[in-house]
Design a protein around this ligand. Sequence first.
Ligand code: FAD
Ligand code: DHB
Length: 391
Amino acid sequence: MHVQVGIIGVGPAGLLLARMLSLQGISCVILEAQTRAYVEGRIRAGLQEQGSVDLLTEVGLAERLHKEALVHDAVEIAFDGVRHRIDLHALTGKHVYIYGQHEIVVDMIAMNLAAGVPMIFEAEATALSGLEGDRATINYRHAGEDKTLTCDYIAGCNGFHGLARDALPAGIRRDFDRVYPYAWLGILAQATPVTNELIYCHHPSGFALFSMRSPEISRCYLQVPPDEKPENWSDDRIWTELQNRLGTKSELTIPVGPIIQKGVTGMRSFVCEPMQYGRLFLAGDAAHIVPPTGAKGMNLAFADIYVLANALTAFYKNNTTELLARYSEMALKRVWRAEYFSWWMTSMLHIDPTANAFDQKRQIAELHAVFGSEAGQKLFAQNYVGLPFGM
Ligand code: FAD
Ligand code: DHB
């Protein structure tokens, strides 16, 4: 089989690319190692930037999102026992939206299948070749058989643990990496959210985040040691610790309810450069990841795809390779801004176990400097709601 673009990965990046290409009449196939049920049930991101929602709307993928998403004007940042409301809309004119990543994935799979985009589940890409030649090949394994797909271009949208990045020659590829000395324990609970807005909390016992998925479902996170086992956290212990960190002096009573999902996520910043080699383009987590504090991962995947889809469209419609040649440089500009913001927000709000008393006082002073001034709030808000796509 030959297509113009072979896409690896049914995640937000691969699905958005397939949609944008198919709208332009560019042929593509998506290969996915997992089953459809698995990818549709994978609970991950919850916060969409205004730019992501605008793009999804433009390409016809946001009909259900506009009916069901919670639209937020502000977030709260709590430290030193006081909650500070940061009015994102007043500071930037933009909103953020709460709508689960898996819901977007469900919507995007349905829309792509309805548009006739071939999607092969349980098809694991095993090798890439021909990246420097006239056409590229993806070897994959499906239904117990080894198969090949040839294409003009390959989009490596296969997430952080996929194979595409490893196809870059060692002499060309450069990795930039930081691992944080803490992780997040995330829960999904049948409990009415305590407020209408997210609360990010700095507390001497560690960071906490109160988020939600709907008026009935809360999504909460607690800073834990990097090697923590979810089994060490009983439901009781989780609710007590959320109350301890989020409730301090702020008169909040965290609602308790059945916990329906629990997991630990490591915290890491990572960028692979360049994001292109020959006929291979990397997008989303395949090229970079951020610690989740700034809610940037999925939004960054969409921003990459915006640049890549426009570059592929320029090639197939106008026969120009200029934007394809500049893809890595253009995408990386925004990637590094999001890397910086995610690192900054993470460092400001978490308790670093290696910090000394000076570091702890300096951290509180920084929180006052940023959130106690309009200039600081504005810098935070502009980055949090998301920088323009294609900047
Ligand atoms: P993925 O979603 O990882 O998709 C890659 C796909 O490729 C997967 O389906 C995988 O099975 C498939 N694949 C891998 N290898 C192969 C192969 N060899 N062959 C075929 N298929 C393959 N981001 C935000 O923007 N906002 C948030 O609020 C947020 N919160 C988060 C909270 C948590 C707990 C976590 C874990 C992440 C969060 N993120 C958030 C990050 C976000 O989920 C990721 O950045 C996003 O999923 C990246 O999308 P992607 O399409 O690049 O990769
Ligand atoms: C959610 C996750 C985040 O990492 C974040 O910064 C905000 C919200 C969430 O899952 O709702």
